[in-house]
Design a binder for this molecule. Structure first.
Ligand SMILES: NC(=O)c1ccc[n+]([C@@H]2O[C@H](COP(=O)([O-])OP(=O)(O)OC[C@H]3O[C@@H](n4cnc5c(N)ncnc54)[C@H](O)[C@@H]3O)[C@@H](O)[C@H]2O)c1
Ligand SMILES: [Zn+2]
Ligand SMILES: [Zn+2]
Length: 378
């Protein structure tokens, strides 16, 4: 079958690879209909992780069940399914408490709890930017979707970024009537903003410098803040009469940069500490890593990010972090899509055949105008 393979910094190729097979009785094989490129893939693409060459990428997957192992009883061949990016056993302590993003059994990598498809450090699992994908513990992990092809571009956001955006608002402790600030208008930030609107925010501010992304933020009923025009902190404080936001979401990650493009890994955390009111919450879903040899400074090379912890403490703010436990939210988010209350497909800018994956990566990585979210169709 064909699959997107990492070849080294800024190089991916669609290659012929062996088809996945059932390895355990609880496995299923999913025939992929849609698989997205994620901002998280770009950390690997840019050579900012230790992912090995030859890895099949892709953790945002959906499709139809093609085959099941002898121990699979709930999921049936032919079911249309969304595949959460987390691979979880369903029975360990963290899984039982709903923290499938920190499964204690799925990832053999020393010191790392939590596994995912096609990702650096997240276990030996192939990704789904391919024709077929092996899904471990299929009964536990797969989310059933209504059959057919309806809502394909909405449902494809259920494997990662819609639950991740929602999780950002949850980690921030968002409540109805809150003013919310979201840093980053990439796919994750835009869906955090969409989630905040659905959850009854009074006002949502979305900060970025990419004009096309800010225009999307405006379209979904939120207030765009262009950081290239003026300091975003001053803009938000002015807009809120000096009060700041009730809570905030970090949807940028360790490659945060200023308007000139220079990286400052602490910049967004500092801006959140400044713009969120005292006792407010900050949900950090943008990724940081313990090792980043390509980092802008010596500390950050070892994952040590010197942000304004003193002010965070003095303001009594709280912060939640980490990979999103997709299963905690995906069933409800699916139903919000079905009833028309959520439409995360507003993000989709490009739908490409799998063969054009290399172009999709390049354009999305440049944040070329209009390249907001790329879906691949194997
Ligand atoms: N926690 C999770 O489970 C999870 C899941 C998916 C993605 N992520 C992470 O979320 C982050 C965002 O993902 P994405 O797909 O939206 O990526 P993306 O790279 O497309 O978007 C990031 C956006 O942040 C903007 N940005 C950069 N510096 C900024 C600053 N100082 N202030 C405001 N905006 C700034 C960029 O212009 C860009 O539009 C990435 O780090 C990704 O790895 C986390
Ligand atoms: Zn993703
Ligand atoms: Zn587990």
């Amino acid at each position: 079958m064909k699959a997107v393979v990492y070849q080294g910094p800024r190089s991916v190729e669609v290659r012929e690879v062996p088809e996945p097979k059932i390895e355990q009785p609880a496995d299923a094989i999913v025939k992929i209909t849609t698989t997205n490129i994620c901002g998280s893939d770009l950390h690997m693409y840019e050579g900012r992780t230790n992912v090995e060459e030859g890895k099949i990428l892709g953790h945002e997957n959906m499709g139809f069940v093609a085959e099941i192992g002898s121990g699979v009883t709930r999921i049936k061949v032919g079911d249309r399914v969304s595949v959460p990016f987390n691979i979880a056993c369903g029975t360990c302590r963290n899984c039982l408490e709903g923290w499938t993003s920190f499964c204690l059994r799925a990832n053999p990598t020393e010191g790392v709890d939590g596994a995912a498809y096609g990702y650096a450090n997240m276990g030996p699992y192939d990704g789904g930017q391919a024709e077929y994908l092996r899904v471990p513990w299929a009964d536990f992990n797969l989310l059933e979707l209504p059959g057919g092809t309806e809502h394909e571009n909405d449902f494809t956001m259920l494997s990662d970024i819609f639950p991740t955006g929602w999780h950002g608002t949850e980690l921030a402790g968002m409540r109805p009537g809150d003013r919310v600030v979201v840093f980053g208008a990439g796919p994750v930030g835009l869906l955090a903003a969409h989630s905040a609107v659905i959850r009854g925010a009074a006002e949502v501010y979305v900060v970025d410098k990419e004009r096309d992304r800010l225009a999307m933020a405006e379209k979904i009923g939120t207030i765009p803040i262009d950081l290239s025009e003026a300091d975003p902190v001053e803009q938000i404080m002015a807009a809120t009469g000096g009060a700041g936001a009730d809570c905030g979401v970090e949807a940028v990650g360790y490659q945060a940069h200023d308007h000139t493009g220079e990286e400052h890994p602490e910049l967004v955390l500092d801006n959140l500490v400044k713009t969120v009111r005292s006792t407010g919450g900050i949900g950090v879903v943008g990724v940081s890593l313990p090792d980043d040899p390509g980092a802008a400074n010596e500390l950050a090379k070892h994952g040590r990010i010197a942000f304004d912890y003193g002010s965070l403490f003095m303001k009594g703010q709280h912060m939640g972090t980490g990979q999103a436990p997709v299963k905690r939210y995906n069933r409800q988010l699916r139903d919000l899509i079905i009833t028309g209350k959520a439409n995360p497909s507003f993000l989709v800018s490009h739908e490409l055949p799998l063969d054009q994956a290399a172009e999709g990566y390049e354009k999305f990585d440049h944040r070329d105008d209009g390249w907001t979210k790329v879906l691949l169709r194997p």
